[in-house]
Design a protein around this ligand. Structure first.
Ligand SMILES: [Zn+2]
Length: 139
């Protein structure tokens, strides 16, 4: 594999893929990407493309924001547990706040700029049931 783990993560995002390294020592996915496994310290890794299917584990709604985020509220920030195990902490921009709940199924996909987008999915079919809304130009 060429490039650092973060370069490979970003290269995956640029082509619409969630890629994480899988440890050659213990077999766990290494999230967030880093050069050594945090459980067994092995540097042996192979990249794996993840499904993007996950569930909302926890979230909070930001109703008063400051600095660069002022004017973009309300928005949600939360953890999504991917079906492969790792959790992502992200701004859940593409989800309608009225639809957001713990345990709802989502599909995580990178947009062309490498930002993660989240859409609700029907858990029985993994088919998105919502489309991403227009992105706030300030986010
Ligand atoms: Zn390991």
């Amino acid at each position: 594999m060429s490039g650092s783990v973060l370069e490979r993560w970003r290269a995956g995002l640029a082509v619409g893929e969630l890629r994480l390294p899988r440890c050659g020592g213990c077999g766990r996915l290494v999230a967030h990407p880093r050069p050594r496994c945090p459980w067994c310290t092995s540097a042996e890794q192979t990249d794996e493309i993840l499904s993007g299917i996950g569930t909302v584990y926890s979230f909070t709604v930001i109703r008063r924001a400051q600095g660069a985020f002022a004017g973009t509220e309300p928005y949600a920030v939360g953890y999504v547990r991917l079906s492969e195990g790792p959790m992502l902490l992200a701004r859940l921009d593409a989800l309608d706040l009225a639809d957001l709940a713990v345990d709802v199924s989502v599909l995580v996909t990178p947009d062309p700029e490498g930002r993660l987008t989240f859409r609700l999915v029907d858990p029985s079919s993994d088919v998105p049931t919502s489309s991403p809304p227009a992105r706030n130009p300030r986010s």
